[in-house]
Design a binder for this molecule. Structure first.
Ligand SMILES: [Zn+2]
Length: 306
């Protein structure tokens, strides 16, 4: 799944709302404390457990998942959670965010920010809203979900504070890791936002290990900077993955780096520096533009022109 950019007007509208929140919090230093955002917006917060269902006896009347109404009559909340494998919920009439306590802690932060996103966008229907793994994924294509994810990203990465960090130093896997610590977000979401924030041609990829046996879905995300989309629209995630297979090795941490050439729209070859990192679960890859490839002429002072 590839990233997509919201149209400018929508992005600006959402951004204005995030700016207001950050201003009201006196433009905090990273990492953003989500409990301060909840306090400001008077949002209630709680956990549920899909394996310990005693606490969820609530009846619900309407529920939307991925922008579609999936319940329109009284039903038990726990049944809906199980049926749609919901990981996070937004309950507008109670101004309440609910998270599955079994969601890994690193993903809870994103889930919570995503629900805050739904809560601050007034055109997101005021019905109970459920998110599963897919809609919390950064590449979700449903409009309301990509809006909530955009809001989450702008909030957790403190808008232009992150963009300035990304643009003021060379973009490398090491810089992504250190920004992930500074802003308190996962390396995957930091890689994603860094690629979307840079003004040079760059891409990020989340995939299986390139040397392991191919699974049915080897590629999870392929995120491209705007400049990369403009200049290298023909470069696919599978093309990147196949190149990784030629030089990656090892099973933990950095598993390979290399210069790789890709062809731009006009047929010219360009060199990218590509780094891959395996976290024992997924491979994260970052590719950053280096230079135009200089065509090689025969060495030794002899050039063959006819
Ligand atoms: Zn959602």
């Amino acid at each position: 799944m590839q990233n997509r950019y919201l149209d400018e007007r929508t992005a600006r509208d959402i951004d204005t709302r995030i700016t207001k929140i950050l201003n009201d919090l006196d433009n905090p230093e990273p990492p953003l404390r989500l409990e301060h955002v909840r306090e400001l917006l008077k949002l209630d917060f709680g956990f549920y457990s899909s394996s310990n269902t005693g606490a969820i006896a609530e009846t619900i009347h309407r529920l939307k998942v991925a922008g579609k109404q999936v319940i329109s009559r009284p039903s038990l909340l726990i049944d809906a959670i199980k049926k749609w494998q919901l990981k996070a919920l937004w309950v507008p009439d109670r101004k309440r965010i609910l998270l599955d306590s079994e969601l890994p802690p690193a993903k809870q932060r994103w889930g919570e920010a995503h629900e805050i996103g739904h809560s601050v966008l007034p055109w997101h229907d005021a019905v109970m809203h459920g998110d599963m793994k897919r809609t919390l994924s950064l590449a979700c294509e449903e409009q309301v979900e990509s809006e909530a994810n955009f809001a989450a990203g702008r909030l957790l990465f403190l808008q232009d504070a992150f963009v300035e960090h990304v643009r003021s130093s060379p973009l490398t896997f090491e810089s992504v890791k250190s920004l992930s610590k500074v802003f308190g977000n996962t390396i995957t979401s930091t890689l994603w936002r860094a690629v979307e924030s840079t003004d040079i041609a760059a891409f990020g990829m989340v995939s299986q290990h390139p040397k392991h046996e191919m699974s049915s879905e080897p590629l999870r995300y392929f995120v491209r900077s705007k400049k990369f989309c403009d200049l290298f629209p023909g470069v696919s995630a599978m093309q990147v993955f196949k190149v990784l297979q030629t030089f990656c090795f090892g099973n933990r941490g950095p598993i390979g780096k290399s210069d790789i050439c890709f062809v731009d729209l006009s047929g010219t070859e360009h060199v990218f520096f590509v780094e891959a990192f395996f976290n024992s679960h997924e491979t994260l890859t970052l590719g950053v533009y280096r230079r135009t490839k200089v065509s090689s002429f025969p060495q030794g002072g002899k050039t063959h022109y006819s």
